[in-house]
Structures are given as C-alpha cells and as structure tokens.
Design a protein around this ligand. Structure first.
Ligand SMILES: C[S@@+](CC[C@H](N)C(=O)[O-])C[C@H]1O[C@@H](n2cnc3c(N)ncnc32)[C@H](O)[C@@H]1O
Length: 257
C-alpha cells in the first residue's frame, strides 16, 4: 500500500506497522518457527489484514500454501505486494470475503485479532475455527482480554459505548477453547511495551505527516482525531486490556462447529 500524494492527502494509518496486532516481530517469528515444526501444508488466515502472519508462516514452511480472507481491499493489496516481494505469490491467495462464508478444513488456521469476524462471543468463534481445522491441526489465536475488569470511569473514555462485555478474562478464553475442542499448547501475553509500540505504530506515519504538513488544510482535523484517540487509549484501555497469542491443538473427533 503506497502513500497517496503526501502533499494533498492524509495517509492511511498503520503504514508503520509490520502487522496489525500487538507483538514484537521477533517474538512472532519464534511463534511461527514453533508452528512450522508440524509442517502444515494448508494454512488459512481468518481476518488476515495484509497477511503478515500468513506470509511469515509460508516462508517458514517450504511448499505450504495459504489462503487469507479479509474484507479490506486496501490491506489485501498490501499483502499481495508483500507476497510478490518475498517470492510467495504462487503459494498464497488473498481473497476479499466475509470470514463467515469460509468452508473446508486446514492443517493450520490463523485468527489474530479477528475473532469478531466469526462471532462476538469468543467461544462461538473458537467453535467455528475448530470446524475449519483438520483433526490434529493447530490454531494460532490472537485475542484481547481484560487484564483487570475496568471500572466505569475507564470504560467511559474507551472506544464509543465500551462495556465490560466487550472483552473477557484470559482464563475464560482458555476455558472456552477447551469447550470448543482445543488444547492449549503455548501462550504468549504481550507486554505493556508491545502494546504501546502497537498503539504508537498505528498512527506513527500520520503523526510524521502532521509534523511535515502543519499548515495543511486537513491538519487540524487530523490532529484532533489523533489527540482524541490517544486519550481514549491512555485514559481508557491502557493497562486494562491485554493481548494474548494462544497456540491451540485440535482434539480428534467430530468438530464442535
Ligand atoms: C485487528 S485486524 C488484524 C489483522 C491481522 N490478523 C493481523 O494480525 O495483522 C482485524 C481484521 O479482521 C478483518 N475483518 C473484520 N471482520 C471481518 C469479516 N467479517 N470477514 C473477514 N475479515 C474481517 C478486518 O478487516 C481486519 O483486517
């Protein structure tokens, strides 16, 4: 995804990020290397964004093929360009599709920060993901969770209309996974500094643009938007919302979905 003309247009956010979920990229590579040990041949990425996790997975497993689905054409185009740069074009298909229409089974399913694409309730999303995973297969599941249930005054300044029901506690995620036919193989909770790097990375290229275009007609509106977003983060979910990467193994037998 290229910047549009920086003289006339505010750039899209997220261009400074390697992927659209919180994690140190080096830690992601260690998770990918661990998943690669089972040599999955068919990989699905649900809500792939620009498919960074899928592309790293395919690079780590020679001969594996992958499908990524997302609704955002601009992100899919960014992923296709990255696939081309990494020589992966003939092993990956990035498809504009609603995750709820997916069928078939895969050796490895990736669903990172995208469970809402399948269901608002994590347990229902985990059941749907079990249905997309072959017996003995793996799921890499990235999900936000409450580190501590936030009090009303913090919820008030989070994203519009935030409620306690918007996320869950980590033990509840793991219990929901077990109920949906998964066993927990590995767990990485991101640190506060990984979250901070993600939040800053989301808007970094827009902040840089503002520094270079302080007198631009769109600058004042962008500055207000970024200031509001930063307050929602630092006075809202900062320190309350965690993010975990779970490696889950599918139990044999009939799928729960
Ligand atoms: C937080 S982003 C995570 C992207 C990617 N998994 C990553 O970690 O870089 C969530 C993604 O889910 C996608 N998404 C949301 N609803 C969807 C749906 N119904 N079908 C497919 N993708 C969806 C969004 O467009 C977005 O790219």
């Amino acid at each position: 995804m290229d910047h549009a003309d920086p003289m006339t247009t505010v750039p899209l956010n997220g261009l400074s990020l390697e992927l659209n979920s919180p994690i140190d990229p080096g830690r992601l590579d260690r998770i990918v290397a661990d998943l690669a040990r089972s040599e999955p041949q068919r990989v699905l990425d649900v809500g792939c964004g620009w498919a960074e996790v899928l592309l790293r997975m395919l690079a780590a497993v020679p001969g594996a093929t992958g499908v990524g689905v997302d609704l955002e054409q601009v992100d899919l185009d960014r992923g296709r360009k990255n696939a081309e740069l990494r020589g992966l074009t003939d092993r990956v298909e990035l498809r504009a599709a609603d995750a709820k229409t997916l069928t078939g089974t895969y050796d490895l399913v990736l669903c990172v920060g995208a469970q809402h694409a399948l269901a608002d309730d994590p347990g229902r999303a985990l059941s749907a993901l079990r249905g997309l995973t072959a017996a003995g297969g793996r799921l890499l599941f990235g999900i936000d969770y409450w580190l501590t249930v936030p009090p009303a005054e913090r919820l008030e300044v989070m994203w519009g209309g935030a409620t306690v029901e918007d996320s869950v506690l980590l033990p509840d995620v793991v219990a929901a996974a077990a109920a949906a036919g998964w066993r927990l193989l590995d767990l990485h909770e991101v640190s506060q500094s990984e979250w901070d790097a993600y939040e800053c990375g989301l808007v970094r290229n827009q902040e840089e643009w503002l520094l270079d275009h302080a007198d631009h007609p769109e600058a004042a509106a962008l500055r207000r938007r970024l200031d509001d977003g930063r307050q929602q983060w630092l006075r809202g979910h900062h320190g309350y919302l965690g993010f975990a990467w779970l490696t889950l193994g599918a139990l044999p037998g009939p799928t729960a979905a």
